[in-house]
Design a protein around this ligand. Structure first.
Ligand code: HEM
Length: 404
């Protein structure tokens, strides 16, 4: 239990930390990795370079400080982060290390403003916050353990299928022959690779793109970046060097952007680009388990050259008597026009959604690049859809949509 005084100090200094949050967390990561370079085997170097991880951590620390006396308010956000931590094999013994360097960063960046009293209060607060994460993650590890899948496990690529000029699917089975556990449509796995010439292991999260209950897991990977720079390192390696018969390592499925199967209300699955992957898992699950459900599948792509799963969507939609689909192309090719491969042209915006969305009480799932999601979510809210009915997921560290 934190004392009244500690709570008061933490809350009153939270705005100062918020103001210099990214400075503090950038310094934190730099000094952390200098002292413990082995942690670079866990962290995504591309997110570090873009500053997204620093922003995500700073936002969370600020939120935790603001709600330090009612941390239960933050539980949904904590759970989302805990899923990511569990999928990266973050363990309780890592927390004191992170705590030490976070406090050091607060001390060094704030200078005189970080009095011993302030540092003492933040040290205590960190322990309380860390314990909330550790307890939730512990439950998640126990759950993964019931499937005998704690940490990373080797998987063999059984099949590699090109879905579009940019997206390729990998069908994966455990090398030790163990079964694929049930997962919830929308969840992701962490892929870990050893890449020659790279000093550290590389980790990335990819959504599972097929329904659960198969004897394989499928991920569908977009080739990022024109050249295999930091941003596209893993995706380019998977596309160019990981072939049928090769092995990669995975952790058990994680994530809370999942289809609520207890909900029978109409369903809108809205995706942009490679944001289609979790939607495929959801759509295919509904086609197997909730065939009467009304489903609207809306997908935005540049044109048919980069659109994945065109055929698979059509086949799946045909299994659902109450389903419809809209392909929205930003820049259709001449052959798209000739073959009528798309339904609407331009972006998915308020006007289009106003015509398509007939039920504002429906469940909405949105996934895609940040600007796409911001536009779609704003448009849905303007249409009168309640925030609690809109579910969304970013690829990359969670950041505040409105501020990004
Ligand atoms: C991701 C917060 C402790 C390793 C994240 C994210 C947040 C966060 C907000 C972004 C989540 C997302 O991607 O959606 C925190 C807080 C901590 C904490 C508040 C302490 C109370 C730790 C510890 C480790 C760790 C102890 C292990 C060394 C990671 C890694 C990621 C992550 C590897 C994924 C980031 C990436 O690779 O881009 N954490 N974290 N975190 N955290 Fe933590």
């Amino acid at each position: 239990m934190l004392s009244e005084n500690t709570i008061k100090i933490v809350k009153s200094t939270a705005p100062v930390l918020a103001e210099r949050g990214v400075e503090i967390t950038s310094y934190f990561y730099k000094t952390l990795f200098e002292a413990h370079p082995q942690l670079l085997n866990i962290f995504n170097h591309a997110n570090q370079k873009q500053g997204r991880q620093q922003t995500a951590l700073a936002n969370t620390v600020y939120a935790a400080a603001t709600y330090i006396d009612q941390l239960e308010v933050l539980l949904p956000a904590v759970k989302q982060i805990a899923h990511k931590h569990r999928s990266l094999n973050v363990k309780k013994e890592h927390y004191p290390i992170v705590g030490e360097f976070l406090l050091k960063a607060i001390k060094d960046v704030l200078g005189d403003a970080a009095t011993p009293e302030v540092l003492q209060a933040w040290g205590e607060a960190y322990q309380v916050i860390a314990q909330v994460f550790i307890d939730i993650e512990n439950e998640m590890y126990e759950e993964a353990n019931t499937h005998k899948w704690e940490g990373f496990k080797a998987f063999k690529v059984m099949k590699k299928v090109k879905e579009s000029s940019l997206i390729t699917s990998f069908y994966l089975q455990a090398t030790d022959g163990s079964d694929v556990p049930a997962f919830q449509p929308g969840q992701y796995v962490t892929v870990r690779l050893t890449v020659s010439g790279e000093e550290y292991l590389l980790n990335r999260q990819y959504s599972l793109s097929d329904a659960p209950g198969k004897d394989y897991l499928r991920i569908s990977v977009k080739r990022e970046g024109a050249e295999p720079s930091t941003l596209g390192k893993v995706s380019n390696y998977l596309h160019d060097h990981v072939n049928e018969g090769d092995e990669i390592e995975l952790t058990a499925p994680a994530g809370d952007f999942v289809l609520d199967e207890s909900n029978k209300s109409p369903l809108y699955l809205i995706s942009g680009g490679v944001g289609i992957t979790p939607m495929m898992s959801m759509l295919k699950r509904v086609a197997e388990q909730q065939t009467d459900r009304a489903v609207t599948f809306i997908h935005a792509a540049k044109n048919s050259e980069v659109q994945a799963f065109h055929q698979e969507i059509t086949e799946t939609i045909n299994l659902l008597p109450n389903a419809r689909t809209y392909n929205v192309y930003e820049n259709p090719t001449a052959s798209d026009r000739e073959n009528k491969t798309f339904d609407l042209e331009g972006y998915i915006d308020y006007q289009k959604l106003q015509e398509i969305v007939t039920d504002k009480e429906a469940a909405f799932y949105v996934c895609g690049p940040v600007p796409f999601m911001r536009n779609v979510i704003d448009a849905l809210e303007t249409l009168g859809v309640k925030t609690e009915n809109i579910h969304f997921e970013f690829f990359g560290p969670s950041i505040n949509l409105k501020e990004y």
